[in-house]
Write a protein that binds this ligand. Structure first.
Ligand code: GAP
Length: 453
């Protein structure tokens, strides 16, 4: 973890929030490459779960919502963790994360556990009375439920259908820790998938003059629960998360969130333990019922309250799990000439479509104007226009540039040398193997396109 945190800072991926004032715990700022990586992850998610489907509607709801939303959703009452305070140094801890019954900091005695609501309260407008209270949303989900009617009225979707949203969520975590894992401000990618309620969803047969449900049939929510479990795993694999470190765990009844009847967590083997990465919940009709929302079912000719399957993904945990999956240290000496200096090589083995940078372009020597001119106008400019995620790198010698690009996870480094001026070919060096090949400048775009897809 330390190596990854330090690489993220050194290479401009992720910085501690408010760092110059000593840092604000549980917040992080995203630098150029971290942001590119995060955007690629979000785009891959949106492409798979929204753009490629006919049954999904995107939404971007306001972060501030009326307090009634959180009252009806049960969060004002239930969105709390048990907290204990050290009687000596006053430090606070989450009761369920305490290993021994004494203060982790000073060894002092811990007081009684109390409920601590994790929502950030704020006030909207100039009024001081309690009607002005609002909360920074602790989940993006409610922004979708409260727009259920708007979506149905605007698009007239048939069941099953879903709403999808990517956006910030805020939780006043008692003990933010483990880098991106437990933050106070983070991002979620969530789907609320609406299916027929159990009583209308299955077929019946008449046995001994009685109407009975066909035995082999699963409830509608059960079928979609399994379906979304597979979809979630497929996306994790597509994005490059190491699936050998992912485990699906059914959450025990007593540990379920207040809205869930069944939850499967996908846990990841982080260096600090096997913990939650993403989750899949059967939220029943809990939210729509509480908000008083229903749906006119044309087939049944009556109002019904759909049930909800919720696949939820933390963007930041996706980034963390991916960084841990692709971080590679290579001590092999099989790299090509000019590409080794005897040191262990660190590289991020991102898939090219997820990597923050697709390729770096370098003139072999930065003090040779003819190389710089060629590299800039004939290679860098057209590739930059085509792919966007292309960078210019002429700092230090070639070996140093490769090391730097390896740490950023750039799959290809393109070098313009003196032969280029003669034959219009460049060297393309592969991040993972260190192999180099000559490619014609006019074929570079297609060469890269083929590698990316
Ligand atoms: N709408 C359901 C919901 O919010 P959750 O399991 O509480 O469910 C969903 O959160 C996902 O958000 C988690 O699986 C995790 O990836 C991410 N997440 C939750 N709390 C987080 C935190 N404090 N820091 C970073 N990510 C977090």
């Amino acid at each position: 973890m330390e190596k990854i945190v330090s690489l993220c800072k050194r290479r401009g991926f992720i910085f501690q929030g408010s760092e110059i004032y000593g840092g604000l715990a549980g917040t992080y700022d995203w630098g150029h490459f971290g942001l590119a990586l995060k955007n690629n992850i979000k785009n891959s998610w949106w492409k798979k779960f929204v753009d490629s489907r006919r049954d999904m509607y995107g939404i971007d709801a306001a972060i501030l919502m009326r307090q009634e939303v959180w009252q009806k959703a049960g969060h004002v009452e239930n969105f709390a963790d048990l907290m204990v305070e050290c009687e000596k140094c006053k430090k606070k801890f989450r009761a369920d994360l305490i290993e021994e019954n004494k203060c982790e900091e000073c060894g002092g005695k811990l007081g009684e556990a109390k409920q601590f609501n994790m929502m950030f309260a704020t006030k909207v407008g100039a009024s001081e009375d309690s009607s002005a209270i609002s909360y920074l949303r602790p989940e993006t989900a409610q922004g979708m439920f409260v727009n259920f009617k708007n979506t149905v009225d605007a698009f007239h979707p048939k069941l099953p259908f879903g709403l999808a949203q990517i956006g910030k969520a805020f939780r006043n975590e008692i003990t933010p820790r483990d880098f991106l894992f437990r933050q106070r401000e983070f991002e979620q990618m969530e789907i609320e998938y609406f299916v027929r309620p159990p009583e209308t969803a299955h077929s019946y047969e008449i046995r001994n003059d009685t109407k009975v449900r066909k035995e082999e049939e699963k409830e509608e929510w059960e079928k979609y629960f399994e379906y979304w479990k597979d979809e979630m795993m497929e996306w994790m694999e597509e994005v490059g998360i190491d699936m050998s470190k992912v485990h699906d765990i059914d959450i025990a009844k007593e540990d379920l969130a207040h809205y869930s009847k069944r939850t499967t967590d996908f846990e990841f083997e982080y260096p600090f333990g096997q913990k939650e990465l993403f989750g899949l919940a059967y939220r029943t009709d809990f939210d729509l019922k509480n908000h008083g929302l229903d749906y006119v079912d044309e087939e049944e000719g009556k109002k019904i309250t759909p049930h909800v399957i919720e696949p939820t993904f933390g963007v930041d945990r996706a980034v963390l799990a991916l960084l841990l999956s692709v971080y590679t240290e290579d001590t092999s000496t099989s790299l090509s000439a000019g590409d080794k200096d005897g040191e262990a090589r660190t590289y991020l083995k991102f898939k090219p479509n997820i990597a923050p940078v697709i390729c770096a372009v370098s003139p072999l020597l930065k003090n040779k104007p003819e190389l710089v001119e060629y590299a800039n106008t004939k290679v860098f400019a057209p590739l930059k226009t085509e792919f966007g995620r292309v960078i210019w790198d002429d700092n230090g010698n070639i070996g140093k540039r490769y090391r730097r690009q390896d740490e950023i996870g750039t799959p290809f480094c393109i070098v313009v040398d003196f032969d280029t001026l003669e034959d219009n070919t460049v060297t393309v060096r592969d991040r993972d193997t260190g192999n180099q090949e000559r490619v014609k400048v006019e074929e570079l775009k297609n060469y890269l396109k083929n590698k990316i897809n």
